[in-house]
Ligand binder design. Structure first.
Ligand SMILES: *Cc1c(COP(=O)(O)O)cnc(C)c1O
Length: 397
């Protein structure tokens, strides 16, 4: 019996059945990962847009090792320099305001939702408009915010106070505004919903609508943030600033951390006792995140994301011409979706057989989110494996 099979068996016996994993991974370096039986894969899932700086980036490894041996955790009863430095860095890159730290995307979004509700509480406003096909997390409130029935089914009653509008349809958002509305929440590129970028008019329109009606514009940057799209944050592709946005996935380079970033005015809505997290912003998580940001800056990975994204999309577009079943390719930077007629999972499975890890985003979209510093040779190798997989599935029937 292979080692992978042993691990899978143990896992399936003792871990709750929520994921349906496929391969078993034991180590990673840059864009490559290994299984316990010696198989090597090119990893274009990057931990689902988490490993933007690649697996085991030396700066991140060193930061985690060093901090782990110094002070892992100290609670928010006490100051810690790493949290202050990370908040400064994120604020300077974005809104010049303040941050609150959490441990995951859902938890960061919960913080953003609570901040918006607290901000509106004096005026009786609490409702947040989110988009259909959005994804904001799996806690009860963030599942309610998520505009997908499959995330919500079976979990009633969900928290009230969320209403859904059509993504990239400003009229639909306008129609959803009422006297209870406090905020509009949107992803600059919908991730789980199928790698769909927002249109400039839509984002600018939401900003104007928020200004006109006195609402908050909130961006969920959990997947599209941290350089993924060729800018630090997805909303920076548009001539707007949100009032607040959230980060998680790539922020800690694989170490769990989430952040809420807001303007100064909005940040000051929170006062001591209004929100908290035991682990949020602990010195270890913040050390990892500081190392990630330094690596992205020093190695100009945001520019690489843009350039590699263009190269990769051009390559994928050739498959649209070649196969009727490949419908279109869309995305921004290195957040790329290939839309297929049938099941995306079938393409994902065929790619894995060839040695390339990618994942689905919804029924029909094959998602590619490799590390931002992916080498051109790795892009070419991936392209060949995708070509072979598509040929196997769709070639010369
Ligand atoms: C992954 C994701 C989340 C949830 O993050 P978790 O860390 O899994 O809680 C929220 N929003 C978006 C856009 C995501 O992609």
């Amino acid at each position: 019996m292979s080692k992978s099979k042993d691990i899978a068996e143990l896992f399936n016996q003792y871990v709750m059945n929520t994921y349906a994993p496929t391969a078993t991974l034991t180590s990673g370096h840059d864009c490559k990962v290994r299984d316990p039986d010696g198989m090597t894969y090119l990893d274009f899932t990057a931990g689902i847009a988490v490993l933007n700086v690649g697996h085991c980036h030396p700066k991140v490894v060193e930061a985690i090792q060093g901090q782990a041996a110094t002070l892992c955790h100290c609670s928010n009863l006490f100051y810690n320099a790493n949290q202050a430095l990370l908040a400064q860095k994120l604020s300077k890159l974005s809104l010049n305001g303040k941050c609150f730290f959490a441990n995951s995307g859902a938890e960061a979004n919960e913080a953003m939702i609570k901040l918006a509700r607290l901000w509106g509480s004096g005026t009786g406003k609490f409702e947040i408009i989110t988009m259909r096909n959005s994804f904001h997390g799996r806690t009860l409130a963030t599942a309610a915010a998520t505009g997908q029935a499959k995330i919500q089914e079976g979990f009633d009653p969900l928290p009230v106070g969320f209403t859904h509008a059509e993504f990239n349809n400003l009229e639909s958002v306008k129609a959803a505004v009422n006297e209870r509305t406090v905020a509009i929440m949107v992803e600059a590129v919908q991730g789980e919903g199928g790698i769909t970028p927002a249109e400039p008019d839509f984002m600018v329109g939401i900003r104007k609508l928020c200004d006109a009606k006195g609402l908050l514009m909130l961006c969920d940057e959990v997947q599209c943030g941290m350089g993924r799209t060729g800018k630090w944050f997805g909303w920076q592709h548009f001539p707007i600033k949100p009032d607040a946005f959230t980060l998680a996935k790539a922020l800690g380079g694989g170490y769990p951390i989430g952040a809420l970033v807001a303007t100064n005015d909005l940040s000051d809505t929170f006062t001591p006792g209004k929100h908290a997290s035991t682990f949020g912003g602990n010195p270890l998580a913040c050390a990892a995140a500081l190392a990630v940001i330094e690596a992205i800056e020093e190695e100009a990975m945001i520019r690489s994301a843009e350039e590699s994204g263009r190269l990769f999309m051009d390559g994928l577009n050739a498959f649209v011409d070649k196969y009727d079943q490949v419908l279109t390719v869309r995305g921004l930077g290195l957040m790329i979706g290939m839309v297929v007629e049938g099941s995306a999972r079938e393409v994902v499975d065929a790619c894995r057989e060839m040695g390339l890890l990618c994942c689905a985003a919804g029924e029909h979209v094959v998602r590619f989110v490799p590390p931002l510093n992916v080498k051109e040779s790795d892009l070419e190798e991936a392209m060949e494996m995708i070509g072979d997989a598509l040929d196997q599935l769709f070639g010369d029937e």
